[in-house]
Design a protein around this ligand. Structure first.
Ligand code: SF4
Length: 466
């Protein structure tokens, strides 16, 4: 249903197409100028693989070093626990407002409604997130959440929500309006909530990369900073950033380097927030980690290159996926985070063309995981329907038996030709099949079986030649 609606929205499709074309072209240009790009990808994959194999060790190392530097680490089992911890921390800071940055993880746990329910007003400060919040919309892309909006639509939102009837529609006009709107919040609000791109175990530091500088304000101006991050965000060493900070910006926005790379460790007197909390959230990541085939999903560094490359995403945009994480990464991440209870159709939202795997900077084999998840969906759905499962399994066994023997295969072909006679029309097409097979012909016709096999035709041709 969501996909149908998105496909019917021509403006949205045009916006998504244009934006992804631009980002893809920029990425290709900055990736092609790197002679060691494949080696970098391999290094990125190895770092992420190693981290996931020793995740418990590195998380504890991060906790020890962050605490030593003056931060406070909280552990959240799931989204509910994370929301509860953050709301309590904001209340304890004495604020009834928060400024937010880098908030896909907070989208995942639906933090804003929980804050509002507790009487705390959140202000998104990332420009795209601000557009989404003011437009009462949902993000459609991991890196550019308002990618589905063009500047005419953004102008309308700003005019309405900021009460600026005379606002122009040049990018400069829109940026100026957002700057004035946000500057007052940066100076007034005393508590900040951020996500994180990376957590560095060796130092206990946190890294956020961004393009606008709003994140830098959000991370440095408040008295209290609360960072919420999935446990998969950890990196073992500071030096690992050398690889990640080359892979991420080139893959995400087609930039050689992010304009703002903020890395902070604990608290420092007279510099930045006086209280710093990190909420380390599981929310089913350990379940993903326990699955040897699905585990590579956790290697993701959220660059969205797979979204920009995906022929399905570029047609439908992110809302069609019905999940916070859209595109190919969403198709493998969301079902696993929800422990396969929801979003079961997502692993099928792919043509398995492999474009996502080719661009992924940490070489996640998304098609492989998609097939693995499709298997899981089938097993899960048939578990409660043993009868139906038996029919399908029985049919597969019979097919295997037929394909194993030439004699049986030929006999099956002869039988098939006899059985199809009553249902083939004059033009040689079958438009209806009985029973369970009827699903095939609901939306497609089958051609009748050829009168003779290729082998028979070949034998006859040889005999004629002699
Ligand atoms: S799966 Fe790979 S390409 Fe897609 S967002 Fe994650 S790191 Fe980027």
């Amino acid at each position: 249903m969501a996909a149908k609606m998105a496909m019917g929205d021509l403006q949205l499709r045009q916006n998504v197409r244009h934006a992804t074309d631009v980002i893809r072209a920029k990425r290709a240009q900055v990736v092609n100028e790197m002679p060691d790009w494949q080696e970098l990808r391999e290094a990125g994959k190895k770092i992420r693989q190693h981290t996931m194999e020793h995740l418990d060790y590195y998380l504890q190392e991060f906790e020890a070093n962050c605490t030593h530097a003056g931060g406070v680490v909280h552990w959240a089992r799931d989204a509910e626990e994370a929301r509860h911890i953050i709301v309590q921390l904001v209340k304890a800071s004495g604020s009834s407002e928060v400024i937010k940055i880098k908030s896909m993880t907070t989208e995942e746990i639906q933090l804003n409604p929980a804050l509002e329910a507790a009487g705390i007003h959140p202000f998104e400060t990332d420009l795209a997130e601000l557009i989404i919040q003011l437009g009462q919309d949902r993000p459609s892309h991991i890196v550019v959440p308002a990618l589905h909006k063009n500047r005419h639509q953004i102008r309308e939102i700003f005019q309405r929500e900021m009460d600026l009837p005379e606002l122009g529609e040049r990018p400069q006009d829109l940026a100026d309006a957002a700057r004035i709107f946000l500057r007052e919040k940066f100076l007034r609000v005393k508590t900040g909530v951020s996500g994180a791109n990376f957590l560095i175990a060796e130092t206990g530091g946190v890294c956020v990369v961004e393009s606008e500088g709003n994140g830098r304000m959000c991370l440095t101006l408040p008295d209290t900073l609360i960072t919420v991050a999935g446990i998969d965000k950890v990196l073992p060493r500071f030096q690992d950033l050398e690889v990640m900070l080359q892979l991420l910006p080139r893959s995400a926005t087609g930039e050689r380097m992010n304009p703002y790379n903020s890395i902070w460790t604990g608290v420092h007197a007279g510099d930045g927030p006086r209280a710093f909390h990190v909420v380390l959230m599981d929310n089913a990541r350990t379940v993903v980690l326990a699955d040897p085939e699905g585990r590579q999903t956790l290697h993701c560094i959220r660059c969205a290159a797979c979204q920009n490359a995906c022929p399905v995403y570029t047609q439908t945009g992110g809302h069609a996926y019905g999940s916070v994480y859209a595109g190919p990464i969403g198709a493998i991440l969301t079902p696993q985070l929800q422990e396969m209870h929801h979003a079961q159709s997502l692993p099928y939202a792919s043509s398995l063309c492999g474009a996502c795997y080719e661009v992924c900077p940490v070489k996640i084999n998304i098609p492989e995981v998609l097939i693995h998840l499709r298997n899981k969906v089938v097993k899960q759905n048939t578990a409660g329907f043993a009868g139906l499962f038996d029919v399908e399994a029985g049919a597969m066994k019979a097919m295997a038996m037929i394909f194993r023997s030439e004699r049986r295969f030929r006999a099956a072909q002869r039988l098939g030709r006899i059985a199809e006679r009553p249902i083939v029309d004059k033009e040689g097409w079958i438009g209806w099949l009985p029973g369970l097979l009827g699903g095939w012909t609901q939306s497609r016709d089958l051609q009748e079986m050829p009168k003779e096999t290729f082998r028979d035709w070949w034998k006859k041709r040889d005999a004629d030649d002699q």
